[in-house]
Design a protein around this ligand. Structure first.
Ligand code: DC
Length: 226
C-alpha cells in the first residue's frame, strides 16, 4: 500500500474531446475528491486575452494575465472576474486560441503553481495534457485517455449541439486534428503519455465503463473507492 502522507493525485491526460473532463469529474465524485480541469485555465486565459485585447503573440502580457486571472470554479460553473463564463470558454474559437497560447512557456509557467494549488486533501483528479508529465509527476495513478478522432469529433459535435451552439462535424474533425497536432508538436509540455501511465482507449467504451477502468486501476494500487 502506497503512503498517503502526500495528498494523492490521479492524472487523466489525452487529446481533445477524449472524454477526460467527464471521466475526471465522475472519478472525483466517486472518490469524494477535488477535480482540476486544467484546460479551463488555458481557456480562461484565452477568453481574458480577447476581452482585454491582449495579442496572442504577446507572451509577457499573456503570462501576466494568466498569473492574475480572478477565477472561481463552483458547482460545475466557472467565473472570470465575477462573470459566469461556463459556456463562453467552451466555444471552439476559445479552445483553438487556448491551444495556441498554451504553446508559450511563460503562460505555462504562470499557470503551473495555480494548478498545483488544487492539490488538497483527500485527493485530486486532474485532467489535461501534461498533468502526469509536468504538473503532477508524482501522481499515484496516471491515465492517458485516447479515442479515435472520428468518435471524438462526433462527441464534440453532440456536446455543442446539446448546448445550442452551431456545429459541423467535418469542420470539427479538421479542427480537432489540427489542435491535437499543435498540442503534440509544441516544445513546451507537449501532449504525451507519461512513461508510467496506463493508456485507456475509450472509443468503444461507455462513460461508466471508462470510469470503472480507472477506479479498478486505482483499487488495484491498494486504495478503495468510498
Ligand atoms: O482540454 P481542453 O480542450 O479544454 O484544453 C484547451 C487547450 O488548452 C488545449 O488544446 C491545449 C491546452 N491545454 C494544455 O496545453 N495543457 C493542459 N494541461 C490543458 C490544456
Amino acid at each position: 500500500m502506497q503512503s498517503q502522507s502526500i495528498t494523492p493525485v490521479i492524472t487523466i491526460d489525452g487529446p481533445t474531446a477524449s472524454g477526460k473532463g467527464t471521466i475526471a469529474h465522475k472519478v472525483a465524485e466517486t472518490l469524494g475528491w477535488t477535480v482540476l480541469d486544467s484546460g479551463a485555465l488555458y481557456r480562461l486565459t484565452a477568453l481574458a486575452s480577447c476581452q482585454q485585447g491582449v495579442d496572442a503573440a504577446d507572451e509577457t502580457g499573456l503570462a501576466s494575465l494568466a498569473a492574475q486571472l480572478d477565477i472561481r470554479f463552483h458547482a460545475g460553473l466557472v467565473w472570470l472576474d465575477g462573470q459566469d463564463v461556463t459556456e463562453a470558454i467552451r466555444q471552439e474559437a476559445i479552445g483553438n486560441l487556448a491551444s495556441q497560447i498554451a504553446a508559450l512557456l511563460p503562460v505555462r509557467q504562470a499557470l503551473l503553481e495555480r494548478q498545483r494549488a488544487f492539490r488538497t486533501a483527500p485527493g485530486l483528479v486532474a485532467d489535461g495534457r501534461d498533468m502526469g508529465t509536468v504538473v503532477f509527476p508524482d501522481a499515484c495513478l496516471k491515465i492517458f485517455l485516447v479515442a479515435d478522432a472520428q468518435a471524438r469529433a462526433e462527441r464534440r459535435c453532440k456536446q455543442l449541439k446539446d448546448k445550442g451552439f452551431p456545429a459541423n462535424l467535418t469542420l470539427l474533425l479538421e479542427d480537432l486534428l489540427a489542435r491535437d497536432e499543435r498540442d503534440r508538436q509544441r516544445t513546451n509540455a507537449p501532449l504525451l503519455a507519461a512513461t508510467d501511465s496506463h493508456t485507456v482507449d475509450s472509443s468503444n467504451l461507455t462513460i461508466d465503463e471508462t470510469v470503472k477502468v480507472v477506479l479498478d486501476l486505482w483499487s488495484n494500487l491498494g486504495f478503495r473507492a468510498r
